[in-house]
Design a protein around this ligand. Structure first.
Ligand SMILES: NC(=O)c1ccc[n+]([C@@H]2O[C@H](COP(=O)([O-])OP(=O)(O)OC[C@H]3O[C@@H](n4cnc5c(N)ncnc54)[C@H](OP(=O)(O)O)[C@@H]3O)[C@@H](O)[C@H]2O)c1
Length: 331
């Protein structure tokens, strides 16, 4: 476990559920990704037998998490995937190929989900927990949001019970959304707000996401169910920028934008933030779609306290400056 996790507490310490630590193996895919990297130490701390699936083994995994078993597999390789899934009880599905860029990620993610469902069935996996994206399934969605829903459908189309958690932007130190907002506010004196920046979104803190991910594993009744997860604030993207401006103590001018081309905005954001271009592009394309919870069913199973958007931003900022030390800190 990370030293800082041991010393400064974990997100799930106050989770009202109890771990089922009967030696079952929990596989975390995407373990070196943003969400996976925060989930692994929580599972270890709760006594689970954790296996991580990564495409390349690096010494840092054993340094960070000496207790974990490392399975090296590309999910596009069926045989390697099957080996990674051997004797696994439950799987966290956190794979996303966004880094491949526009168009390419869509087919890769569907192929991976198909492989995964088949390999997991062959290996007699008992549960899959997938973290996907929010979006009104009856609306015309951006290719990225549509893809997250198609992956959920593909995974759920087999015999294994799948729990789907759907989230909008996740706020925490190192998350793409937080980095985009923060760098935009730091580097832009004047904001030209396009119409689509008035779209509503329901962000959630990384702390809340991890609690839900661990909580559903520990509540058997959440198997085969879909849940929308979001914080208590429903805000526009322009609100998000204004709140970030306040938290960072900056003075910024907000003016109506005359141009609304998402490609142009994505290009500008790419120049102003360190977030990779392909990720910015798909995230900006998705800004035209409302991403708010369509139900609060998760609260019937797990009524946890969530940070407000402002608190989540504030906290991520303190962690980044090393004023607050937590497992949320960027690795
Ligand atoms: N981050 C957010 O703000 C957010 C918000 C809402 C929902 N979500 C959902 O949460 C999930 C996890 O997101 P994230 O932000 O943690 O993603 P991420 O940081 O981009 O991580 C994605 C992971 O997928 C792995 N991967 C990609 N292609 C693979 C392949 N062919 N075989 C094996 N592994 C592969 C990557 O490994 P490599 O390092 O080897 O590429 C990486 O570990 C996604 O489903 C996403 O839609 C995230």
């Amino acid at each position: 476990m990370d030293k800082e996790n041991k010393e400064f507490g974990l997100f799930c310490n106050d989770l009202p559920t109890s771990p089922a630590t009967d030696g079952r193996i929990i596989l975390v895919t995407g373990a070196n990704g943003y969400v996976g990297g925060k989930l692994v130490p929580e599972l270890i701390a709760r006594g689970y037998n954790v296996r991580i699936m990564v495409r390349h083994d690096l010494p840092e995994y054993k340094e960070r998490w000496p207790e974990v078993e490392v399975a090296v597999a590309d999910a596009l390789n069926f045989d390697a995937l099957s080996r990674a899934l051997k004797d696994v009880h439950s799987v966290y599905y956190l794979i996303h190929s966004l880094g491949l860029g526009h168009k390419k990620f869509e087919s890769a993610d569907i192929q991976i989900a198909t492989n995964f469902r088949q390999a997991a069935e062959n290996q007699n996996v008992k549960r899959i927990i997938y973290l996907g994206g929010l979006g009104d399934t009856n609306a015309y969605l951006s290719p990225h949001l549509e893809n997250r829903i198609m992956v959920a459908q593909e995974l759920s189309g087999g015999k294994i019970p799948v729990t789907v958690l759907r989230a909008a932007m996740i706020i925490g130190c190192g998350s793409a959304s937080y980095e985009m907002l923060k760098n935009l506010v730091k580097n832009t004196p004047v904001f030209f707000i396009p119409k689509w920046a008035k779209t509503k979104t329901q962000p959630i803190s990384i702390r809340g996401v991890i609690k839900y991910l661990v909580g559903v594993l520990e509540i058997e009744a959440t198997a085969s169910k879909n849940f929308d997860i979001g914080g208590d604030d429903i805000l526009t993207y322009a609100d998000n920028l204004r709140i970030m401006t306040k938290v960072l103590g900056k003075k910024r001018l907000f003016l109506p934008g005359l141009i609304s081309s998402p490609s142009l905005y994505a290009f500008a954001i790419n120049l102003l933030t360190p977030v990779p271009g392909p990720i910015i592009r798909v995230l900006v394309e998705g800004c035209k779609n409302e991403v708010i919870c369509q139900n609060n069913d998760i609260k019937k199973y797990l009524d946890i306290e969530l940070l407000s958007f402002k608190e989540a931003i504030y906290r991520a900022n303190l962690i980044e400056k090393n004023i607050l030390i937590s497992s949320e800190r960027k690795i």
